[in-house]
Design a protein around this ligand. Structure first.
Ligand SMILES: Nc1ncnc2c1ncn2[C@@H]1O[C@H](COP(=O)(O)OP(=O)(O)OP(=O)(O)O)[C@@H](O)[C@H]1O
Length: 353
């Protein structure tokens, strides 16, 4: 349950009236354009809710409006239309607040621009706190460094750290002031795969332990599937889906979401019918792991490419008119040029595709 304060927060908007019954963060009919060579509508009529103490990931292809949405939530950008509310109170826009950005939120952006490269890790984090109580400053800094597992780097200069370590310092800097919401723009961009998994797990733990709310932006949904409680899918500035990751994965509401989450094969009715799927739907979604292949010398499909991925391989097959991506176990013995029959184990239809 969202606790509703009886008095407006410190960064309230004059004459704002509290709205009851909203999720922690509520966006309503949010639109924002930019004047480039041609006017660009970055987000268009977004209405959404973000729940407290959860990880919400905003996903979408490049240019779909993810960063713009994040900056609107934080109050770094003024919407052309609509509003964002935090705990029922309107988030002030940059014209309404001396230092833009909601006081209860902190944002970690893609680069590490905020970090002081030549100062050490401790000073980078501790400098976020006032000197009014040095004991508190010391203990909070120490606890935050431990929580982000960078206490052993205390004396190191930022310039000497790896990308993954810098990212942890950037998050520690944001968290040391104990915000209620952490906003992250592409947080795993500069982090290699092994660091990424442990960082994701650590962020998940912090959320579960402290009730922190995390909103993150990612162009690679696969990387956030395991850590997000909710996904918000953007396309050309519109919200096309919002739900739990597993649900959106198993039953994608449209082809775009299916491609984004699962690199799905999107078949027309005729293509599906040629593979034995009889349906009224105009579009049939088949995730690569919902197909299987079997060597068959007289089959119409042949293997055109094999990407070895460790315990699985991604195999491209085609016949005269159709190309398919198939995920098969690495123990399956396939070779380029081999004739294969294609079996569909499962599919999903959605007429809204
Ligand atoms: N300050 C700006 N001036 C002009 N155009 C902008 C500005 N900010 C964003 N845009 C445009 O708005 C659209 C949405 O941009 P945004 O950065 O929000 O998308 P994104 O989904 O975060 O993209 P990416 O994944 O590539 O970072 C893009 O077409 C972008 O070029």
């Amino acid at each position: 349950m969202v606790s509703i304060p009886t008095t407006p927060p410190s960064c309230s908007v004059p004459n704002d009236v509290h709205r009851d019954g909203l999720p922690l963060i509520h966006g309503e009919n949010l639109s924002r354009s930019f004047q480039a060579k041609e006017p660009v509508v970055a987000v268009n009529g977004l209405t959404f809710g973000i729940a407290e103490a959860q990880v919400t990931a905003i996903i979408g292809e490049s240019g779909s409006g993810k960063s713009t949405m994040l900056r609107l939530i934080y109050g770094l950008l003024e919407p052309d239309e609509g509003e964002v509310r935090y705990r029922g109170w309107r988030v002030p826009n940059p014209r309404e607040k001396l230092i833009p950005g909601h006081d209860a939120m902190r944002m970690v952006s893609q680069g590490f621009d905020d970090l002081n490269t030549y100062a050490n890790v401790w000073d980078n984090v501790a400098s976020q706190l006032p000197n009014t109580d040095l004991a508190v400053k010391f203990s909070r800094t120490e606890a935050t460094l431990h929580r982000l597992r960078i206490a052993h780097l205390t004396k190191q200069r930022i310039a000497d750290l790896s990308g993954g370590e810098k990212q942890r310092v950037a998050i520690a800097r944001a968290l040391v002031r104990e915000p209620e919401v952490l906003l992250m723009d592409e947080p795993f961009n500069q982090v290699d795969a092994s660091f990424r998994e442990t960082l994701q797990r650590d962020i998940r733990h912090i959320v579960d332990e402290t009730g922190l709310t995390v909103v993150l932006v990612s162009h690679d949904p696969a990387e956030v599937l395991s850590m997000a409680d909710q996904l918000i899918v953007l396309r050309h500035g519109h919200l096309v889906a919002a739900d739990e990751p597993a649900l959106l994965y198993r039953q994608p509401p449209d082809s775009y979401t299916a491609r984004l989450l699962a690199k799905s094969n999107i078949l027309t009715n005729a293509e599906a019918s040629a593979l034995g799927i009889i349906t009224d739907a105009t579009t049939v979604i088949v995730h690569p792991e919902w197909l299987s292949l079997e060597e068959s010398p007289h089959a119409s499909f042949h293997v055109v490419d094999i990407q070895f991925k460790g315990f699985y391989q991604v195999v491209a097959v085609q016949d005269t008119s159709l190309s398919l991506q198939v995920i098969v176990s690495s123990v399956t013995d396939l070779r380029k040029g081999m004739r294969v029959s294609v079996r569909i184990k499962r599919f999903h239809t959605n007429d809204a595709s």
